[in-house]
Design a protein around this ligand. Structure first.
Ligand code: THU
Length: 131
């Protein structure tokens, strides 16, 4: 894991809008051109409309013109002692918007890391190939 990604995700935690859960999540997306794009979770009074940190980072990258093959890896962190992994909705979006072989780094507040391939997070996933 690139230490810079972890530091970027950690620094962005302050920007999480977590009025309802108070559960801060930060994500850092590493692009092949070396850039790091961050994301935080952004909640809403209509709870189901919360956008997770992972999706915020991915949508920001696409909005800036990056595509699937420009993405190298994604890191997620929280303020928790335990390692947190991406939710099901994020896995579905990651499955479509990130390369299958991209590394996903799941970390905790101490900097421990668990690494998985994106494709391992959503076995038997539904994709555009099914349409
Ligand atoms: N959350 C994320 O941002 N990423 C995840 O992978 C898990 C959950 C957010 C959604 C909500 O704002 C808060 O964490 C509690 O579920």
């Amino acid at each position: 894991m690139d230490k810079k990604m972890y530091e970027a995700a950690k620094q962005t935690l302050d920007r999480a809008y977590v009025k309802y859960s108070n559960f801060r999540v930060g994500a850092a997306l590493k692009l092949k051109d070396g850039r790091i794009i961050t994301g935080v979770n952004i909640e809403n009074a209509s709870y189901g409309l919360a956008n997770c940190a992972e999706r915020t980072a991915l949508f920001t990258a696409y909005a800036e013109g990056y595509k699937k093959d420009d993405i190298e890896s994604l890191l997620v962190t929280t303020e928790q002692d335990h390692i947190v992994s991406p939710c099901g909705a994020c896995r579905q979006v990651m499955n479509e918007l990130m390369p299958a072989d991209a590394n996903v780094y799941m970390t905790n507040k101490q900097g421990d890391v668990q690494t998985v391939l994106n494709k391992a997070l959503l076995p038997y996933g539904f994709s555009g190939d099914d349409l």
